[in-house]
Design a protein around this ligand. Structure first.
Ligand code: CDT
Length: 317
């Protein structure tokens, strides 16, 4: 179960970023991990969602204040240019999540794919925005992604970069099978993503251990069912007292975890991803062209929420 098509793949997990931390100090941490990733033979390194600041949707504030403090007006900008310079010097590609303010004043939760020559080759804007837009003064913290961001308008893209077909998504997207299937139907071989997952769910009394197990099961099941590698980078630990899960992982197309962080601090994990493993699954059990039956999947795009059962033929033919 091995081929000659391989890519050095690293995930750079970030420990907490506190409100008082500057972007410049965060970029220094990202640079240190980028160098470590390269030293460990990585061709590509995955950074987290909203990787330049604290997870600010936990705080109630007006949009203008959020834009002022937490959004990037250009990419690269003065604080992030060193990431691009170092990537080019090292010859390593990267995924970076950040809050994007567009020239027209629109706000998105965004990630970019940067190639080893430091060109931005792909952009993704988060589609599945969790949380709420109203103030919940009784909750221990907020989850205001629906207030601060618009639903992404670019779809789930796949790019040919670093010798591989790579797709990307962001955090909550990883829990939805449609995310991966749309990319797999564009022949994605690797899906990369970053996340900020609070260990406490403010919406219902979810047992804390499920936050990690549902994270892992989503990645593992979707890697297997689509015959692709998944590399997921957390921002984690206690940001000013608000805890988020770690467990950054690299998952093979077998559904198995091949690398996993041990800490809730800055930590690099790396593997050499054999792309032939995914090809085997996509040639056999998940040979889409041979086995998929889209004529029976219509409800997936026709309905958003669950509705009544459809009338079915009785099958007496
Ligand atoms: N950042 C992000 O998307 N976090 C969500 C938390 C969902 S609970 C409101 C996640 O799926 O991890």
């Amino acid at each position: 179960m091995s081929s000659t098509r391989k890519i050095g793949l690293a995930v750079a997990q970030l420990g907490p970023i506190h409100l008082a931390d500057s972007r410049e100090s965060v970029v220094q941490r990202l640079l240190a991990m980028m160098r470590e990733a390269k030293a460990r033979q990585a061709d590509f390194v995955v950074f987290p969602e909203l990787a330049l600041t604290t997870f600010f949707p936990r705080y109630w504030m007006e949009e203008a204040e959020a834009v002022d403090r937490f959004f990037e007006k250009t990419m690269p900008g003065p604080a992030t240019q060193p990431l691009f310079d170092e990537a080019k010097k090292l010859g390593i590609g990267f995924y970076l999540g950040y809050a994007e303010l567009t020239p027209k004043g629109r706000r998105f939760n965004t990630a970019i794919l940067v190639d080893p020559s430091a060109n931005i080759v792909g952009k993704y804007r988060k589609v599945h925005l969790p949380g709420h837009s109203d103030h919940k003064p009784d909750a221990p913290f907020q989850h205001l992604e629906k207030k601060f961001f618009e639903v992404g308008n670019l779809g789930f893209g796949v790019w040919d970069t670093t010798g591989v077909k790579m797709g990307m998504c962001i955090c909550n997207d990883r829990r939805w099978p449609e995310t991966y299937r749309v990319m797999a139907l564009q022949s994605a071989e690797i899906v990369v993503l970053g996340y900020n997952t609070p260990s406490h769910n403010i919406h219902w009394d979810e047992p804390a251990h499920l936050r990690t197990s549902t994270h892992l099961i989503s990645l593992q099941a979707n890697a297997y069912q689509n015959g692709l590698w998944v590399a997921a980078a957390a921002k984690c630990g206690r940001e000013d007292g608000f805890h988020m899960i770690g467990n950054s992982v690299i998952v093979a197309p077998t559904g198995e975890i091949v690398a996993r962080t041990l800490t809730e601090a800055d930590e690099v994990i790396a593997t050499v991803a054999d792309l032939g493993i995914g090809e085997l699954f996509r040639q056999h059990v998940f040979n889409f062209a041979k086995h998929r039956r889209p004529e029976h999947y219509g409800l997936i795009t026709e309905r958003t929420g669950a509705g009544e059962p459809l009338p079915r033929p009785v099958g007496d033919d």
